[in-house]
Design a protein around this ligand. Sequence first.
Ligand code: 5GP
Length: 112
Amino acid sequence: MTIFSKIINREIPAKIAYEDDRCLAFHDVNPQAPVHVLLIPKKFIRSMAELTSNDQDLMGHMMVKASEIAKSLGLAENGYRIVVNTNRDGGQSVFHLHIHILGGRGLGWPPG
Ligand code: 5GP
């Protein structure tokens, strides 16, 4: 159980950007760009490293939703970045898989 389960269950508040039966998107509490949204599956998956072929439809669904959410937030034309930090070296701090959607400014490369 992580803080993201509590957001799914509405035990703690979040600014919701999108929701359906399989996923939830909400604004990051500590944004790293003018727009910073997290998209999470409602199903508990610890990280990208835990994915199996059973998750193929869910993850495909979430990538399409990430594109639609980015567009709805006005990011599509100028561009944005999708990031999935994974485990220690990836810098993951909340162990419920999440897709970062970052935009609203030019983003540096390579990442730190
Ligand atoms: P990670 O470092 O695991 O890739 O990303 C976790 C993200 O969750 C961070 O960007 C952090 O700011 C965000 N976060 C952590 N706790 C909360 C919270 O309670 N509410 C919201 N909206 N975001 C959170």
